[in-house]
Design a protein around this ligand. Structure first.
Ligand code: NAP
Length: 320
């Protein structure tokens, strides 16, 4: 009997690939640049399973070319890169990897908050450039994180993990989501529900944790930046298009906000040229879940989802 075929569009940890290789014919796209739509269309022909990366364009056209495909297992929790409606119409299961990356991404969120507010990236560069001549009272003055008001927009797994960390910093945490948490959950996390307008106007730090949807695209534009405090910071580890990048650059240039910490960009891997030389921004190459531990767990879930579906069972973390 010929083995079923699984295509993996990125070099994920071996634990996942090995699991699939036990029973399937596995091919891995291993290249510096992510796979393009045209290459994916070719590669997917004749495949039963696909493990896709969060930047891959699993479009309606790609799905159309896919013939046999039974499952698209996205290697990440966000799945805005996949035309889920088209997959559903074709009876293809789509899965993601919740439950294993929220703590890791929350760590990175705090790393961005601390990095931009305490100016650690700038200071590191200053020292390496041999500019450190001794302790000075005004050297790299930043802002306190401790005790500040943190606005969390999107209070799911990552938002909650950020809120838990904020307790250690004795922050005053406001949050927004479409369906508020119960009073009990709010007490457990030490957070208060608020509308986005209030969060925008009163927070010292706003951190975004919504999925990218039609509703959340360009949630932050000039309008919100104008309302934010002039000394507030914006952190985005969600998805680039949640923020209109042109408007963010405008806000930074016009001192409408004080700084930004970004792990995601509107047209990745392109970064707005207006951000590149700004010292009031910390810019990271989409590494929210990038730890050895987390990526291994993601590989396990993504590949188990493929196996479940190809064996005729329900996936463990379905999207559709
Ligand atoms: P999650 O558990 O599904 O939480 C999403 C939250 O957003 C929920 O609280 C949801 O609550 C809220 N939400 C959805 N639409 C909203 C809207 N229009 N207005 C306000 N709140 C809204 O997802 P998660 O695991 O926390 O991940 C969040 C996102 O982070 C992912 O979708 C992904 O894009 C991104 N991410 C990035 C990285 C990275 O490497 N930088 C890593 C992991 C995840 P309601 O449904 O009640 O509104």
């Amino acid at each position: 009997m010929t083995k079923k075929k699984v295509y993996i569009t990125g070099d994920i940890p071996r634990n996942g690939i090995d699991m699939l290789r036990e029973n399937y014919h596995v091919e891995v796209f291993d290249s510096e640049a992510p796979i393009t739509e045209d290459v994916l269309k070719e590669k997917i022909k004749g495949c039963d399973g696909l493990v896709s990366m969060v930047g891959d364009p699993v479009t309606s056209d790609v799905i159309e070319e896919s013939g046999n495909l039974k499952v698209i297992a996205n290697y990440g929790v966000g799945y805005d890169n996949i035309d889920v409606d088209r997959a559903t119409q074709k009876g293809i299961k789509v899965t993601n990897t919740p439950g294993v990356l929220h703590e890791t991404t929350a760590d990175l969120t705090f790393s961005l908050i601390l990095g931009v507010m305490r100016r650690t990236v700038e200071s590191d560069k200053f020292l390496r450039d041999n500019n450190f001549k001794g302790w000075k009272p005004q050297l790299f003055l930043g802002n306190d994180v401790y005790g500040k008001r943190l606005g969390i927009i999107g209070m799911g797994e990552i938002g909650e993990a950020v809120a838990k960390r904020a307790r250690g910093f004795e922050m005053d945490v406001l949050y927004n989501k479409r369906t508020p948490l119960s009073g009990e959950e709010e007490n457990r996390l030490g957070v208060k529900y608020s509308d986005i307008e209030d969060i925008v106007k009163t927070s010292d730090i706003i951190t975004l944790h919504v999925p990218l949807t039609k509703e959340t695209k360009h949630l932050f534009t000039k309008e919100e930046f104008k309302k934010m405090k002039d000394d507030a910071y914006l952190i985005n580890t969600a998805r680039g298009p949640v923020v209109k990048e042109d408007d963010l650059v405008w806000a930074l240039e016009n001192r409408e906000i004080k700084g930004a910490g970004l792990d995601v960009f509107e047209e990745e891997p392109k970064v707005h040229p207006g951000l590149m030389n700004r010292e009031d921004c910390v810019l990271l190459p989409h590494i929210g879940s990038a730890t050895e531990e987390c990526r291994q767990e993601m590989a396990e879930i993504a590949c188990k989802n493929v196996i479940k579906v190809l064996e005729g069972n329900k996936p463990i973390t379905p999207v559709n």
